[in-house]
Design a protein around this ligand. Structure first.
Ligand code: SF4
Ligand code: SF4
Length: 294
């Protein structure tokens, strides 16, 4: 646990968290939506600083990033908690976990994270599995040391950073690459399913923001039948990416029903649907469209 930096003090010991665009107002003794940022006596504490619950060495292609350090390994770190509650979450057991006993028993200090990444021959550190914005301060402490050792820093994110949290990480050019989810093109999907407070707008802004900052980005969409697989919506997503840069890779990922998803209403994605999305992406002018998770 460590005091967070991304917050503002309000009256009566209440706080406004600035780590993600939910911008929770947190009363004394309470946590924000993500469950890992707690107001303790008028100070915001990041409960998971140094306390990841998932640490693995993954091929970078698994993030997925296909155009950044291909063939290399990424030292991957995730914590419990998330600012979203997607009912299709593949990592729901950690992202929706609010059990403080689920934190790692052994502290993974920033120094130790960097030493382990080097020991395992990784070229980068990826902040992944759950939403990294919620543990931005832990990222910054690791990323600064990683950078000094020549390692790259990668975010695998739902794109819900605030301008403040983005600047906090980007000020010293600490982030080199990101895979950003674009889960749908409907504001309602973000609000109703993901539980995001401000809908899709921050995600679209952040894709532009990351690109403008010259951070290498790739975009992923999990194609879910009867949710985001209409021709119209796929075209809107592809057109949005292409309007920023036709060289941004678009990963269209196959969905398998799990967690809270109703298998009858949202069955596994047909290969034909993925091929249709690929065709739409290419027709829009995107140069790199990849079908994944098949
Ligand atoms: S990171 Fe987001 S969800 Fe978590 S407390 Fe801060 S504003 Fe709320
Ligand atoms: S944003 Fe990602 S990690 Fe969080 S609930 Fe949604 S799918 Fe899971």
């Amino acid at each position: 646990m460590k005091e967070a930096k991304l917050y503002q003090k309000l009256k009566e010991k209440r706080l406004k968290c600035l780590a993600c665009s939910n911008e929770c107002i947190i009363s004394n003794g309470k946590k924000g939506i993500c469950g890992v940022r707690k107001n303790i006596n008028g100070k915001l504490q990041l409960l998971v600083h140094g306390m990841p619950c998932a640490v693995h060495v993954d091929p970078i292609e698994k993030k997925p990033l296909y155009h950044f350090l291909p063939g290399s390994l990424a030292f991957s770190i995730g914590t419990i908690g998330c600012n979203f509650k997607c009912p299709w979450c593949q990592n729901w057991d950690i992202s929706q976990n609010r059990d403080e006993n689920f934190f790692s028993k052994e502290l993974l200090t920033p120094k130790k994270a960097v030493s382990l990444a080097i020991l395992y021959g990784c070229k980068s550190i990826a902040y992944t599995y759950n939403e990294p914005a919620i543990f931005s301060e832990y990222i910054k402490d690791i990323a600064k040391l990683a950078k000094k050792e020549g390692l790259k820093n990668i975010l695998v994110t739902n794109g819900y950073f605030t301008k403040e949290s983005f600047d906090f990480l980007n000020k010293e050019h600490l982030i080199d690459a990101a895979n950003i989810d674009l889960k749908a093109f409907k504001d309602e999907t973000y609000r109703k399913y993901c539980g995001s407070v401000k809908g899709i707008k921050p995600v679209l802004e952040n894709i532009k923001r990351f690109h403008k900052a010259k951070i290498h980005i790739e975009v992923t969409t999990l194609i879910i039948p009867n949710l985001n697989d209409s021709k119209k919506e796929l075209k809107q997503i592809a057109e949005f990416i292409a309007s920023i840069d036709k060289n941004i890779p678009w990963h269209i990922s196959r969905y398998f029903p799990q967690y809270k998803m109703d298998e009858k209403k949202h069955p596994v994605t047909k290969i034909e649907t993925l091929k249709l999305a690929e065709k739409i992406g290419k027709a829009t002018g995107l140069r790199y469209v990849y079908i994944g998770n098949v």
